[in-house]
Design a protein around this ligand. Sequence first.
Ligand code: RIB
Length: 320
Amino acid sequence: MRGRVIVVGSVNIDLVVSAPRLPQPGETVTGGRFAQHDGGKGGNQAVAAARLGAATILVAAIGRDDYGRQARTALEEDRVATDEFIVDEAEPTGVALIVVDRTGENLIAVASGANAALSPAHLRAAFGRLRPTGDDIVLVGHEIPTATAREALRLGWEAGGRTILNPAPAEGIDRSVFGLAGVITPNRHELAVLVAADGRGLGRRGAAPADPMAAARTLLERNAEGDGAGAVLVTLSSAGALLVRRDAEPLEIPAPAVEAVDSVGAGDALNGALAAGLADGLAIEDAARRAVAAASVTVTRPGARGGLPTGDDLERFISR
Ligand code: RIB
């Protein structure tokens, strides 16, 4: 790998019930099975990149508790560097309550805990030590405070690093944040929120745009003068992804058909693999194709990280 992957994001412990179906508001669904997994979008993305061979550093916050120790150990076992973690004295490690149904679809509610304590000042200190270069990829998620995500992108950009924003969840993000990202990786719902936040009136909270290509183009149009994102990679679940660039034709990337058992972490697999591919010097279309394949492998195993492929796993899957 030519460059490193520096992930700025969240760490959670996932408490998961696999249920016959997802409950409606106010409804109780019985007959589920419980499992505890390591999670958090930042942690999952870092492991996804590390398993594919990237030298990966995660900048994140955990609490001084058993969940925090467990989360850190799991990341280190996957060769993710955790030297830039803060251990918050006041807040517990983040927890995600997750329900997964028989088709692999999920519902997630997160108690952010220590993730909310990751501050712009901490980012400045961490980046001062890490000194990103133009070979590195800075991958930023949004399960942390918006100001911290903005600062991570700004510092990555300023240092000549290449930046990816995974706007998940998208609430609270505006152009002052996503305008600093070289690549933005929303799903359809997140894309709608970003377009709405950009004042174009094309999207509204909760409603996915009927035409993701048009919506992605509206985000890129404002960057005509050269600042901000050059590409939007819209993730489309089992349909794959759509790569929309400022200076090239759009590219549809279909996902290979697989039997999905758990879609939790599919987006994280895609983001981590995209970052690893770019850090390795791949062109964005090649990195995006590998990222879609990595997400497809991931959904075939339970847990956000259970199915994240190694480089060999991914080669085998692609050559099939
Ligand atoms: O993207 C999946 C992740 O979202 C889970 O691991 C959970 O922790 C939430 O952050």
